[in-house]
Design a protein around this ligand. Structure first.
Ligand SMILES: NC(=O)c1ccc[n+]([C@@H]2O[C@H](COP(=O)([O-])OP(=O)(O)OC[C@H]3O[C@@H](n4cnc5c(N)ncnc54)[C@H](OP(=O)(O)O)[C@@H]3O)[C@@H](O)[C@H]2O)c1
Length: 203
């Protein structure tokens, strides 16, 4: 009798865990970007530029933000050459909230915000200077909040007939799993936790 009871309990717990896993699993949602405004920070090179190419090729209205105007111009040329689409460029440092706000306002209401800018100085903590630590936290973590806080009011206010809005944060697996470079890992981790809390409270 005790064996049957234990077996029943075992299967009951397993079933409960499976149901829980199904309830809390992340559900992927496809957000169409054709004719919608995609705003990409750090869009002048690397992953951000690749995303700008892809979004333009799919018919989105694309804006890119970074600091160097030369790199922005070069990025704009490359997207135009590849897709025929003219992206809007904005020169601003994400650490400067006023400059980011101005760029976001000028660009018009955003449908898809991709917060992708990032700097990475890969060192062990004892070899990292205070300036390097501050730079990574300011650009990668505080800068990301600056961008989201600047964009969010208009993203929320103008949804009528515009479909869902979305915010993507580009970070690194180094922060989630590898945890090799202490400061980079910690701020990537912090970014993930705090922005998921922020995102939940807004959308
Ligand atoms: N590449 C990888 O292997 C890799 C792996 C994992 C995660 N990631 C993440 O992916 C993202 C993009 O990486 P990536 O390698 O493609 O970068 P990247 O080629 O170095 O490009 C960085 C972009 O961010 C801009 N940027 C840097 N500092 C900025 C600031 N203070 N204000 C505004 N813009 C700034 C840069 O332009 P300006 O310098 O002109 O401002 C550039 O457009 C980052 O968040 C990174 O952590 C990259």
């Amino acid at each position: 009798m005790a064996a049957i009871y234990s077996l029943f309990l075992f299967f009951f717990i397993i079933t409960l865990l499976i149901i829980l896993a199904l309830i809390v699993r992340p559900i992927s949602v496809k957000i169409p970007i054709k004719s919608r405004h995609v705003f990409i920070t750090g869009g002048s090179s690397g992953i951000g530029l690749a995303l700008a190419h892809r979004a333009a090729a799919e018919g989105a209205r694309v804006s890119i933000l970074a600091r160097s105007t030369d790199k922005l111009d070069e990025a704009k040329r490359s997207v135009q050459l590849a897709t025929g689409i003219e992206v809007a460029t904005f020169s601003a440092d994400v650490r400067d909230f006023d400059a980011v706000s101005k760029a976001v306002d000028e660009s018009g209401p955003i449908d898809v915000l991709i917060v992708n800018q990032g700097v990475f100085i890969g060192k062990e903590l004892e070899k990292q200077s205070h300036e390097e630590v501050k730079l990574m936290i300011d650009v990668n973590l505080v800068g990301s909040f600056n961008v989201i806080i600047a964009a969010l009011p208009a993203m929320k206010a103008s949804r009528e007939g515009r479909g869902p809005a979305s915010i993507s944060l580009v970070s690194s697996q180094a922060g989630r799993y590898l945890r090799l470079h202490c400061i980079f890992s910690e701020q990537v981790w912090a970014l993930g936790i705090s922005t998921s809390v922020a995102a939940r409270s807004y959308f």
